[in-house]
Design a protein around this ligand. Structure first.
Ligand code: CTP
Ligand code: CA
Length: 217
């Protein structure tokens, strides 16, 4: 089970991966963003490619070009949603490693907002939940970066977003999460199985996740 399938078990299959944090415009020079580096998503794309998949990587960050990976650049949650909706047609799996904004400014100012004194109110609205919005017959994998009750929060998301697997990590653990090259994750499967993995490189986590969805195991 833990041996990665050799020789391209994802051959002939399309895997869609999202990476990085979305950016929501505040005005022409500013945005609301988050600390996601896109590294985990990039490693997932490489791991899927190495197993023979045709990979569509929908990313918000500039990532090094790599053979066999089609990079689709997006900026906002809305752009990511429409890119995902097109990319998943006929896909075998969707792996949502991106840190998607939950809120965006109701309207981006057309001119640069000028300095003032005192408080400044920015009105926000909810973005669409991509995993909940995108329907289709493909494997669905999500990520959950948590600071509180990891397992309880991740279980709720697994069910609410109808996922096959959620990769949960506590971002307050040193060496895990945002910006780091390593990650300490727990895998929670649809069938209730919970697997705690040790601190691993993001590459190893990616290989492990892709190995879980190789068919015929
Ligand atoms: N996600 C998504 N669309 C969004 C927000 C999140 O598809 N608008 C995906 C993420 O890519 C991730 C999973 O949902 O794979 C969990 O994201 P997370 O931010 O942990 O969960 P939320 O549902 O946004 O809940 P909260 O931020 O309140 O914990
Ligand atoms: Ca969120």
């Amino acid at each position: 089970r833990h041996t990665l399938a050799q020789g391209g078990t994802l051959a002939g299959k399309t895997v869609v991966v999202t990476a990085g944090g979305t950016r929501e415009a505040v005005d022409p020079v500013r945005y609301l963003g988050n600390r996601s580096s896109g590294k985990m998503g990039y490693e997932l794309a490489l791991a899927a490619r190495d197993q023979g998949a045709a990979v569509k990587l929908i990313a918000t960050t500039d990532l090094p070009a790599s053979a066999g990976i089609e990079v689709i650049r997006v900026e906002t949650a809305a752009e990511m949603l429409s890119a995902v909706q097109s990319a998943v047609k006929g896909a075998y799996a969707l792996v949502m490693a991106a840190a998607v904004a939950d809120y965006r400014p109701v309207a981006a100012a057309t001119d640069k907002i000028k300095k003032g004194s005192g408080e400044f109110d920015l009105k926000l609205e909810s973005t669409e939940d991509i995993l909940s919005a995108v329907k289709g017959d493909f494997i669905r994998i999500g990520f959950a970066a948590e600071t509180g009750d990891l397992i309880a929060n991740a279980k709720k998301k697994l069910a609410a977003k109808n996922l096959d697997l959620i990769v949960a990590n506590n971002v307050t653990v040193p060496g895990a999460g945002f910006g780091a090259d390593t990650n300490k994750v727990t895998l929670l499967f649809k069938d209730g199985r919970v697997e705690d993995l040790p601190l691993m490189s993001k590459r190893e986590v990616a290989e492990r996740v892709m190995g879980e969805m190789a068919p015929g195991e």
